[in-house]
Design a protein around this ligand. Structure first.
Ligand code: F6P
Length: 359
C-alpha cells in the first residue's frame, strides 16, 4: 500500500513542502539510503525522449545546485543511448553558462530501443557504476520515467525526475517544463492563421501536439478562440464538429483545434471526411515540431530552475525513484511509477468553458 506523508522541510527556502510517498516494501531500502545518501559524491544528469524548451534551464539549475553542494556531476549525452554507450561528459557551473535562454537540449536526447531491453539496462547500470555515479537526475516525460523506474527497480540506482515535456501529461505536477512555451508558440501561430481564415471565410483545421493528451489543444484552443477543440478525452468529436460547422447555415471562417491522436489519420483525414458535410473551403495546418523549439518562456525557466534544484536537494536527502513536480506552487515528490501509470485529467470546466465561449 502506498502511503503519502506531507512534511515541511527546512532545506532551502524554495523547497518549501515536500510530499514523501513510499510503500512499506521499500522501508528497508529507504533506511539504507537515508543513512548513506549524505555520502553521495557524484551524480549523473540526462535528458531523454522529446526535447522541450526549458530543459537547458533545468540542466543549468541541476549542475549549479550540485556544484553549490560540492557534488561532482556528469552529463550523460543522447539519453539512455548514451548511458548504454558510455557517452559521459563532466559538467561544472561554467559548462552551463549561456544556455538558460536556449531551446533544445545541450545534452542531446534520444528515444532508445535498446534501453527497453533488460540487457540494455544492465549495460547502462554497469557504465554508471564504472563512472562512480551514485545517483541520477532524469529530465523528460513518461517514456523517460518508465525507463528510470526500471533502472531503479532492477539496479537500485537512486533517481529523481524533473518533468520536461511539452505535453503536460505527467501525473504529479500541475505543469511540465516546456508546456508554457509550446502553448504560446501555438497560439501565436493560430492568431496568424485566424487572419487569413477570416480573409477567405475558410475553415482551418489546426493540429497541435500532445500525443495522447488534450492539454495543449485545450489551452491553445481557448486562448486562440477556437470554434471547436477536439481532444482525445472527449468522445464523439466528429459529430460535434459537424454540428458546430453546419449549425444555422454557418458561412463564416472557423478555427478547429485538434489534438494529434484524436482522429486516426489526423487533421488531414478529418478535414477530408468533414468536407462531405461542411461546404466551406478549408485548409489544414499541422503545427508539428515548431511547438517543440524556441526560447523558453520566463514561466518555463522559473519552473525548470525550481524543480531542477529541488531534484538535486531531494537526491541528497535520500529521496529516490520520485519526480519533483509543482502542485499549487509547492514542490511535491511523487513516486516515479505514478507519474506515468496514473492519468492526469484535463480540467473539465475548461472543456465546458470552451463550449460556452464558442457559441
Ligand atoms: O512527447 C512530446 C512529443 O512532441 C509529442 O507531443 C509528440 O507526439 C511526440 O513527441 C513526437 O515525437 P518525435 O517527433 O520526437 O518522434
Amino acid at each position: 500500500m502506498i502511503t503519502q506523508i506531507i512534511i515541511k522541510l527546512q532545506v532551502e527556502p524554495h523547497v518549501r513542502q515536500i510530499g514523501l510517498h513510499f510503500g512499506a516494501i521499500n522501508d528497508k531500502f529507504m533506511r539504507f539510503l537515508k543513512e548513506n545518501m549524505s555520502k553521495i559524491k557524484k551524480i549523473g544528469v540526462y535528458t531523454s525522449g522529446g526535447d522541450a524548451p526549458g530543459m537547458n534551464a533545468a540542466l543549468r539549475a541541476i549542475v549549479r545546485t550540485a556544484a553549490y553542494r560540492g557534488i561532482d556531476i556528469v552529463g550523460i549525452q543522447h539519453g539512455y543511448n548514451g548511458m548504454i554507450k558510455g557517452d559521459f561528459v563532466p559538467l561544472g557551473p561554467r559548462s552551463v553558462s549561456n544556455i538558460i535562454q536556449r531551446g533544445g537540449t545541450l545534452l542531446k536526447t534520444a528515444r532508445s530501443q535498446e534501453f527497453m531491453t533488460r540487457e540494455g539496462r544492465a549495460k547502462a547500470a554497469a557504465n554508471l557504476k564504472s563512472q562512480g555515479i551514485e545517483g541520477l537526475v532524469a529530465i523528460g516525460g513518461n517514456g523517460t520515467f518508465q525507463g528510470a523506474t526500471l533502472l531503479h527497480d532492477e539496479h537500485m540506482i537512486p533517481t529523481v525526475g524533473v518533468p520536461g515535456t511539452i505535453d503536460n501529461d505527467l501525473y504529479g505536477t500541475d505543469f511540465t517544463v516546456g508546456y508554457d512555451t509550446a502553448i504560446n508558440t501555438a497560439v501565436e501561430a493560430i492568431d496568424k492563421i485566424r487572419d487569413t481564415a477570416d480573409a477567405h471565410d475558410r475553415v482551418f483545421y489546426v493540429e497541435v501536439m500532445g500525443r495522447d493528451a488534450g492539454f495543449i489543444a485545450l489551452d491553445v484552443g481557448i486562448a486562440g478562440g477556437a470554434e471547436y477543440i477536439a481532444i482525445p478525452e472527449i468522445e464523439e468529436n466528429f459529430e460535434a464538429i459537424r454540428q458546430k460547422l453546419t449549425s444555422g447555415g454557418r458561412q463564416r471562417s472557423s478555427i478547429v483545434v485538434i489534438a494529434e491522436g484524436c482522429f486516426k489519420g489526423g487533421a488531414v483525414d478529418l478535414a477530408r471526411r468533414m468536407s462531405e458535410f461542411v461546404h466551406l473551403h478549408y485548409r489544414v495546418t499541422v503545427l508539428g515540431h515548431i511547438q517543440r523549439g524556441g526560447s523558453p518562456t520566463a514561466r518555463d525557466r522559473v519552473l525548470a530552475a525550481k524543480l531542477g534544484s529541488a531534484a538535486v536537494e531531494a537526491l541528497l536527502h535520500a529521496e529516490t525513484n520520485v519526480m519533483a513536480g509543482e502542485i499549487n506552487g509547492n514542490v511535491v515528490l511523487t513516486p516515479m511509477r505514478d507519474t506515468w501509470e496514473k492519468k492526469k485529467a484535463v480540467d473539465n470546466s475548461l472543456v465546458e468553458l470552451s463550449q460556452v465561449l464558442s457559441i
